[in-house]
Design a protein around this ligand. Sequence first.
Ligand code: AMP
Ligand code: ZN
Ligand code: FE
Ligand code: FE
Length: 284
Amino acid sequence: MIDLHTHSNFSDGTDSPAELINKAHAAGLTTLALTDHDTVAGWDEATERLRPGLSLVLGSEISCQTEDGISVHMLGLLFDRENEALATMMSATRDNRIGRMHKIIARLTAAGYEISMEDVEAELSDGATLGRPHLADALISKGYMKSREEVFAEVLHNDSPFYVAHYSPTPEVAIAQIKEAGGVAVIAHAMSSLRGRVVSPQSFESYVAAGLDGIEIFHRDHTLPNRELLLTIAAEFDLVKTGSSDYHGNGKLNQLAEFQTAPEEFEKLESRADQRRVIRATAR
Ligand code: AMP
Ligand code: ZN
Ligand code: FE
Ligand code: FE
């Protein structure tokens, strides 16, 4: 069982990397990717706590924005963390997320919500990438709402008046940077209309030209017609087809390995990285 998209508390998941490893091992996964938003901060703990029988794919889910303002998430897997341009790109996005959070808080405050940056920071683990889910958790702690789902539905969704985007690279720039760092690029939940506007099928041509390796097709936010369309695009450009959970611990309903990647697709993907970077636990 291969799951190529999960989050820990180094972004907006609720399990530590060690807990995530243990749960993946217990669930019988053979390969797990750790893909926290715009960071590699959880990589060391995941590596140290890896369990025999489980292979680890280190990665990050890179926030992107198209020229016309559509939010895109790009999974970068198996890249070299020492690549400076990629590290700088991620750290610029993390910085931008802070200013953006202040703006969202100001809008909520103007609308009468009593919420501060300190309240949000209290929900964030040390060194984690800040995101709307932490603000959701703060609103829940303050008793305004009961679940992240409810907060997103009511105030934090992408079409809400409280929504503020954060600067991030275009998908093409992110793909090129991931490739430059030796990794592989897989576009995440590309047709998830729950997240607001989505990219057009035509835009894949430009992503492929930039080096796109794969498409996350099997994901709970994709309808059957979405999957059919993405399968057609993957066939047209000979892209790797992945499936994954986008697990966030108890921050989302998504269960580990609820969607999976076929072993032959994963092999194709791994062979597109510049080195063998999958980590296997040594017996100890
Ligand atoms: P941000 O990265 O700050 O723009 O926040 C987006 C993140 O919020 C996504 O990556 C999801 O992890 C999370 N998210 C989006 N919609 C929901 C939802 N309905 N319930 C829980 N988490 C959500
Ligand atoms: Zn997330
Ligand atoms: Fe995402
Ligand atoms: Fe994700």
